[in-house]
Design a protein around this ligand. Structure first.
Ligand SMILES: Nc1ncnc2c1ncn2[C@@H]1O[C@H](COP(=O)(O)OP(=O)(O)OP(=O)(O)O)[C@@H](O)[C@H]1O
Length: 231
């Protein structure tokens, strides 16, 4: 359900939103009454305990955004028996013909290889493109998943814990890279310091509700403790 509020002149265009929406899975309602508006140019970090509904909300956003959204799922969504190159290439499968995709599977297209090599280099994956993904470390697999989303070249980056398996310094570098290439991002994270440092707006979820929705510069890590308090 999309909110149809009047947009004030000078207000960034709304990209996606929910107006008293019910979100969940089959018989399991995760958000019984969710109202949220996301505008162009926002960089949003979604925080909250495991199982609180971050992926559920990202899925609903993806459905609204369609081919505007570059999707970076958790690293285990890669195809393990294919090479890093082919997993990244899959980000743009729909852009090429079936015939081109088939040929590329056997013999990588030179232009695609060059573009993906350059992208892989910025992500510290040089030399690993031919390696099967299940022979990469967890952090390397995560960078392949990010590369695949960046290769989609879509306006909005939607990431489900894209830096969960890397150290904080590398996480910061990867988030910078994502921000450089995407004006608008919505990313689920567990690292609150990274959220405060790299995003403009923090949305904190708990118990089927948004309990924090504030500019990052107004919050401290302690303000986010409430999201992780034991039951
Ligand atoms: N396919 C599904 N069918 C039914 N319930 C589901 C399904 N996927 C998730 N859930 C439930 O919905 C709730 C929210 O799950 P979700 O995956 O959105 O949480 P999350 O915050 O992304 O968790 P995590 O940080 O562990 O990835 C959980 O209670 C989960 O068990």
């Amino acid at each position: 359900m999309l909110e149809t509020a009047t947009v004030e002149p000078g207000t960034p265009a709304m990209l996606a939103g929910f107006d008293h929406a019910r979100l969940g899975h089959d018989h399991h309602i995760v958000f019984p009454d969710l109202t949220l508006r996301i505008s162009q140019g926002e960089r949003i970090a979604l925080l909250g305990r495991s199982g609180v509904g971050k992926s559920t909300l990202l899925d609903a956003l993806r459905a609204q955004l369609g081919d505007q959204g570059a999707w970076c799922p958790q690293a285990n969504a890669l195809v393990p028996v294919l090479s890093a190159y082919h997993n990244i290439y899959m980000g743009r499968l729909a852009h090429f013909s079936r015939w081109q995709n088939l040929i590329n599977l056997l013999r990588p297209n030179r232009a695609c290889w060059q573009e993906i090599s350059a992208l892989a280099e910025t992500l510290g994956l040089d030399g690993l493109l031919r390696r099967q993904v299940d022979q990469l470390s967890g952090g390397q697999q995560q960078r392949v998943a990010i590369a695949r989303a960046l290769y989609q070249k879509r306006p909005v980056f939607i990431g489900d814990e894209p830096v969960a398996s890397v150290d904080p310094r590398q996480g910061a570098r990867l988030l910078e890279l994502i921000n450089e290439r995407h004006h608008t991002c919505v990313v689920a994270l567990h690292q609150r310091e990274l959220a405060l440092a790299h995003f403009d707006r923090i949305i904190g979820l708990d118990d089927g509700r948004i309990i924090i929705d504030a500019p990052a510069h107004e919050l401290t890590p302690n303000d986010l403790d409430v999201l992780y308090a034991p039951d």
